[in-house]
Design a protein around this ligand. Structure first.
Ligand code: Q46
Ligand code: ZN
Length: 256
C-alpha cells in the first residue's frame, strides 16, 4: 500500500478506526500527518475535534484542520437543505473532495475504512448495480491525474477487532455516533450483514475477499472522469458537485 519513504495524509475523525490507523502507522515508523475536517455537526463535531487534537498533542503529531463552515459559510445540516439531499450524501461528497484536495501535498491518503464499511458498501453497490462504483472499490486506488493514491489498510479488519485494538492501546476515541448516521443507508446494509454474520460467522470477510479476487478494479472504468471546469478536480460531467454546491449557496445568498 505504501513505502517507508511515503508521506501519508491520514484522515482522522476522532473515532476508533481513524485514530487506531494513525496510531499504528506512526508506531510502524511511517511519516504521517493527520487531516481533520470540522463538519459543524453540533456537539458531535466539537467532541470529535477535541479527541483528534488531544491525540495529536499527546503524540506530538502534525495535524491539518479544514472546516466546512470556512469553505461554505454553512453547516452540513444547512447545506443538505440547500442541496435537497440527505446530510450523509452532502457530507460524504464534501469530505471526499477536501481529502483529495489536501492530499495533493502528500504521496497518499489513508482512511480508516474497515471490513464492515467495505462489505456494506459492496452490498449497496451490488443491490443497486452501481458498476462504476464497483470498479473503484478497492483497498488501494492508484494515483489518477490530480487524485493521489488512496489506501485503506483496515479493509480486511472488522470493527470489533479495531475497537479491541484501540482499547488495548489506550486510545481515547469518540464513542458517540454522528447524529445523522441513523439516516444513512449504509446503516441498513450493516444491520443486515450483522444478522447474517451472527448465523454464519466470517460471511463479511468471504463476501469482500471474494469480490477483491474478482479484480473488478482492473476492469475498464465505466465512468469517464475529466477535470472540473471550475476547480480542476476529476469528475463525471463538466462541473464537480463541490463547485455546484458552492454555486447554489451563492445563489441562495443573492436572493436574500
Ligand atoms: S459524519 Fe457525515 Fe458520517 Fe455524519 S453526516 Fe453522515 S457521512 S454519518 S461517516
Ligand atoms: Zn470543481
Amino acid at each position: 500500500m505504501c513505502t517507508p519513504k511515503d508521506r501519508i495524509l491520514v484522515a482522522v475523525s476522532g473515532g476508533k478506526d481513524s485514530l487506531s490507523l494513525w496510531h499504528i502507522l506512526n508506531d510502524l515508523g511511517y511519516r504521517t500527518c493527520g487531516l481533520h475536517i470540522v463538519l459543524d455537526i453540533e456537539e458531535y463535531s466539537q467532541k470529535s475535534y477535541q479527541k483528534v487534537i488531544k491525540f495529536a498533542q499527546t503524540k506530538d503529531l502534525e495535524i491539518r484542520i479544514v472546516s466546512v463552515r470556512d469553505e461554505f459559510g454553512k453547516s452540513i445540516r444547512e447545506l443538505a437543505r440547500i442541496a435537497k439531499r440527505l446530510p450523509c450524501r452532502v457530507c460524504g461528497m464534501i469530505k471526499r473532495y477536501l481529502m483529495n484536495r489536501e492530499a495533493k501535498d502528500f504521496d497518499c491518503l489513508a482512511t480508516g475504512h474497515n471490513l464492515d464499511d467495505e462489505a456494506s458498501t459492496l452490498l449497496g453497490n451490488l443491490l443497486n448495480w452501481q458498476e462504476g462504483f464497483l470498479t473503484r472499490q478497492s483497498p488501494v486506488l492508484e494515483e489518477n491525474y490530480t487524485l493521489k493514491r488512496k489506501i485503506k489498510p483496515f479493509a480486511f479488519i472488522s470493527q470489533e477487532e479495531i475497537a479491541l485494538y484501540a482499547e488495548l492501546c489506550g486510545i481515547d476515541y469518540l464513542k458517540e455516533e454522528c447524529p445523522f448516521s441513523r439516516t444513512a443507508t449504509s446503516c441498513i446494509y450493516k444491520g443486515v450483514l450483522d444478522k447474517i454474520e451472527e448465523e454464519m460467522p466470517a460471511t463479511k470477510l468471504r463476501f469482500y475477499k471474494g469480490f477483491i479476487r474478482k479484480e473488478y478494479f482492473k476492469r475498464e472504468k465505466k465512468d469517464k472522469l475529466s477535470p472540473c471546469k471550475s476547480c480542476g478536480y476529476l469528475t463525471i460531467g463538466e462541473v464537480c458537485n463541490f463547485c455546484k454546491l458552492k454555486e447554489k449557496v451563492l445563489e441562495g445568498e443573492g436572493s436574500y
